[in-house]
Design a protein around this ligand. Structure first.
Ligand SMILES: NC(=O)c1ccc[n+]([C@@H]2O[C@H](COP(=O)([O-])OP(=O)(O)OC[C@H]3O[C@@H](n4cnc5c(N)ncnc54)[C@H](OP(=O)(O)O)[C@@H]3O)[C@@H](O)[C@H]2O)c1
Length: 368
């Protein structure tokens, strides 16, 4: 049976509690200190992922237990060493490829240095995340009856590995595109590169709030660890596809903007009867807060490559080709991985939720 490992780390304090129930009630400074000292460990054993044609794989989530801000602020070599140790644990268990989850695939240069030093072939999983994000945004816009041809799309994190490819794939569907990121020079270079595929009047923004105020549909894929979008920034009936982990939208949006559809874009449904079991407490299931049978798209990419026996460096760095995105989408379909149902703030989004949001948006528009 082919085997994989996937590097995980907590992306929020809620995640720390999910990984380590013993952490509940401890303050953030203490948790940070504990994580700084905690070595890499094998957190979870994955079984039961089975393609419709019977191919089955096995894997492990290996933890490099640092919070995103620690991944960015601790000395780079120390962070690389922690991630590489987690990969070695996977290799010792027989993994043939490793996926880099969340900030372990961002820190430094988007997995390139890790790939040079890793005993296993590496992928960030960003190609399938791009495909899932684009599909999610299009599905959300359709559910909210947004006329995309007339709509303004803002991509927050437009210069990133995920953001730039999502932008390229979504630009032909919309009336206007806003490219949003902190570095104006990089934004303008990207705008010039994409040139004719961008609709007229497209523009670069370094101010997230200003861009979001002009947008009907928004995709977030940033390496910021902060909440970037405020409830009052959003237009009535806006659709936001959130790929950033940690999220750039806070729960306040769920409370204060019942007219806005937020969807966590990078979630897939796995084939077979997947089981995620805690390694240190056999019999107890491991909870990533995604819901049963669901996995992040970056994990799914790693599992698809494992099923297909594609033990090679796959998605690394920025500048991912659309050919790669199309290839992994085809492979994922063949292996039985499909886009997960809509979710937001750890809950499924139902048709009744969508109906309520559409009515609330309509009421706001007529009140203006
Ligand atoms: N759901 C999933 O399955 C999944 C899978 C993989 C990754 N992710 C998440 O996706 C996100 C993006 O990953 P990536 O690999 O594309 O990262 P990346 O290549 O490092 O790109 C990050 C982007 O964010 C921008 N950025 C940084 N700070 C910002 C701020 N304060 N405001 C606006 N933009 C900002 C960067 O701009 P500059 O060019 O100026 O630096 C860049 O455009 C991360 O949160 C990651 O955890 C999710």
């Amino acid at each position: 049976m082919n085997k994989f490992c996937f590097v995980i780390h907590p992306t929020s304090i809620e995640d720390v509690a999910r990984y380590e129930p013993g952490a509940v009630g401890k303050g953030l400074p203490l948790i940070r200190k504990i994580l700084e000292w905690m070595p890499a460990y094998t957190a979870c054993h994955v079984t039961g992922v089975r393609a419709p044609d019977g191919r089955e794989i096995e894997g492990w989530f290996v933890a490099a237990p640092l919070l995103p801000e620690q991944m960015l602020s601790l000395p780079r070599e120390e962070v690389f060493a922690r991630i590489l140790r987690a990969i070695e644990l996977g290799a010792e268990l027989g993994a043939q490829i490793v996926g880099l989850g969340a900030f372990s695939g961002i820190v430094g240069d988007g997995g390139v240095t890790i790939a040079q030093r890793s005993p296993l072939p590496v992928t960030t999983g960003n190609a399938l995340t791009i495909a899932a994000g684009v599909q999610s945004l299009l599905r959300g816009a359709q559910a909210m009856q947004v006329d995309l041809a007339q709509a303004t799309l803002a991509v927050v994190g437009a210069t990133g590995s995920i953001g730039s490819a999502c932008l390229e794939l979504l630009a032909p569907h919309v009336g206007r595109v806003l490219l949003v990121a902190p570095n104006l020079t990089r934004l303008q270079t990207l705008q010039a590169q994409l040139g004719p595929i961008l609709p007229p009047n497209s523009a670069c923004f370094t101010d997230v709030h200003a861009a979001v105020r002009e947008a009907d549909v928004i995709l977030t894929a940033t390496s910021s660890t902060r909440e970037l979008i405020e409830p009052e920034d959003l237009r009535p009936g806006a659709v936001v596809c959130e790929l950033s982990l940690p999220h750039n939208l806070g729960r306040r949006i769920a409370e204060l903007r019942p007219d806005v559809l937020v969807i966590e874009g990078g979630v897939m449904r796995m084939p077979g009867t997947p089981r995620w079991e805690r390694v240190r407490e056999p019999g107890r299931l491991f909870d990533l807060g995604l819901g049963e049978g669901l996995a992040l798209a970056c994990m799914s990419e790693t599992m698809v490559l494992t099923m297909e026996g594609r033990f090679e460096h796959y998605t690394l760095g920025r500048g991912i080709s659309l050919a790669r995105v199309r290839e992994i989408s085809t492979l994922a379909e063949r292996c039985g991985f499909v886009l997960g149902g809509m979710r937001a703030f750890d809950q499924p989004v139902t048709q009744a939720d969508i109906d309520r949001k559409r009515s609330a948006a309509e009421a706001l528009r007529t009140a203006v």
